[in-house]
Design a protein around this ligand. Structure first.
Ligand SMILES: Cc1cc2nc3c(=O)[nH]c(=O)nc-3n(C[C@H](O)[C@H](O)[C@H](O)COP(=O)(O)OP(=O)(O)OC[C@H]3O[C@@H](n4cnc5c(N)ncnc54)[C@H](O)[C@@H]3O)c2cc1C
Length: 416
């Protein structure tokens, strides 16, 4: 593919963590004519709902990510650290990520998946219950767990603040950012892109990056392609300040489907058992095609129902009402992996997506990878596993076909 010249007009569509990262890395790779467009207000998409866990999640065979994601994850950690060190306020903390096991059997599974992984990072180690209780300053009841694996390189941050930091850097670099501008189609001529259509008129472009999160297929359809992506509604509760230590690592517990962390002394948490495919929640008031953050009362009740089980392990959560509830729509792909690459049906159109609820972790690396491919730079990881043409629209003509492919997956319960 011919590398783009520095003055090529490029539109990045979608200003969540993926699109903002792509725009920033295009500029860093030398692009001088980048426009970032978003349908909503700043921070109105899925990203600010994110819990802010970033770690080498692909270095674990219990998860679905392929090994090619590990360099993206390591880069994501470096990227956020560099924003923090440059003075941006991200609530950045390098506390590590802890994966808890409630039973010996689960601990064996985690050991096999993480400790024996060829890409295990150097700081990864097994902890016993007493060490975990100490590391979490007593937040975890040692009597309720079998142990866990600590991934020391993991970090945490406030996701909305990370986007604000990137938007600040983009403004400093002279990038035009247009919010409240919905892209309704992609203009083409002779099989190549010539611009994007918006309600306010067309914007010329010789290259376009689609980074529309849960709504990517709508824009992609205008150039005749479709990906097997399934938007899922996920919920995050934040309690009042219950005096948690700011040094507590982010914690995941596959036995409970739980992720939980400290945020200003409070718990910020959610459970995968209370996730549902967005298209199944229409009777609950969720419109999957509405761009923005959904509201699903039934999932909120489901998460409340799981709280007593979580409080068995994290006693301070017992009886705590959420002071803040945020919901968002991460987008799962049929094979559980990310998409970064050119759209096969139209020259000059690229896509990054299929975040699989890991866009905060992988977004900076995905943005860098697409920028490197577009500008002809050496890619930070082999792009082949991320290609869009690993599936065709005929393989997955509708959402049901994608859902069928996920029947054995750990996200299967959310699919209904
Ligand atoms: C509760 C919860 C917890 C999570 N926790 C984590 C975590 O700890 N770690 C992690 O890595 N990930 C986490 N995630 C996942 C993470 O938040 C997502 O993967 C990530 O935010 C996706 O980013 P995005 O840029 O693709 O999507 P978005 O942030 O939704 O950005 C897409 C943007 O595209 C715009 N758009 C859509 N259509 C159009 C159009 N036609 N024209 C113009 N603009 C358009 C939208 O307005 C939106 O701003 C979590 C998600 C949730 C909901």
């Amino acid at each position: 593919m011919t590398p783009l010249a520095a003055d090529t007009p490029i539109c990045v569509v979608g200003a969540g963590i993926l699109g903002a990262s792509a725009a920033l890395h295009l500029v860093r790779a030398g692009a001088r004519n980048v426009t970032l467009i978003d349908a909503g207000d700043p921070l109105s998409g899925t990203t600010p709902a994110g819990a802010g866990f970033v770690a080498a999640f692909a270095a674990d065979t219990n998860r679905r990510f392929h090994r090619g994601c590990v360099p993206l994850e390591i880069y994501g950690i470096e990227f956020y650290r560099s924003l923090h060190e440059a003075g941006h306020d991200l609530d950045f903390a390098a506390n590590g990520n802890l994966v808890l096991a409630l039973t010996e059997e689960s601990l064996d599974r985690l050991r096999a998946g993480i400790m024996e992984h060829p890409d295990r990072l150097p700081g990864t180690r097994v902890l016993d219950p007493a060490q975990i209780q100490e590391m979490t300053s007593g937040a975890v009841d040692a009597d309720k767990i079998a142990g866990g694996i600590f991934m020391a390189e993991g970090i945490q941050l406030t996701t909305g603040k990370a986007v604000v930091a990137i938007l600040d850097d983009l403004a400093g670099a002279g990038v035009s950012v247009r919010h409240n501008t919905r892209v309704t189609g992609i203009r083409t001529q002779d099989g190549a892109v010539t611009g994007v259509e918006t309600a306010d008129g067309a914007i010329p472009a010789q290259a376009v990056v689609i980074a529309c999160g849960a709504w990517s297929n709508e824009v992609l359809a205008t150039v005749g392609w479709r990906l097997p992506l399934v938007p899922v509604v996920a919920t995050r509760f934040v309690t009042r300040d219950v005096g948690l230590s700011p040094t507590m690592p982010t914690v995941q517990c596959p036995d409970l489907g739980l992720w939980i962390r400290e945020l200003d002394g409070a718990y910020s948490w959610g459970v995968g058992t209370a996730y549902r495919r967005a298209s199944l929640l229409q009777d609950d008031g969720v419109d999957p095609s509405a761009i923005g953050r959904p509201h699903s009362p039934s999932l909120i009740e489901m998460q409340r129902g799981s709280q007593p089980d979580v409080a068995e392990v994290f006693p301070a959560l017992n009886g705590e009402e959420p002071e803040l509830i945020t919901q968002g729509m991460p987008c799962y792909s049929a094979d559980g992996n990310l998409y970064v690459g050119p759209v096969p049906s139209c020259r000059g159109v690229w896509l990054i997506g299929g975040d699989n609820e890991s866009g905060v972790t992988h977004g900076p690396g995905m943005g860098r990878l697409v920028a490197e491919l577009m500008m002809g730079d050496e890619p930070l990881t082999d792009p082949a596993p991320f290609r869009l043409d690993r599936t065709t629209p005929q393989d997955f003509p509708d959402e049901e076909a994608a859902v069928r492919a996920m029947a054995e997956d750990r996200i299967a319960t959310a699919m209904g």
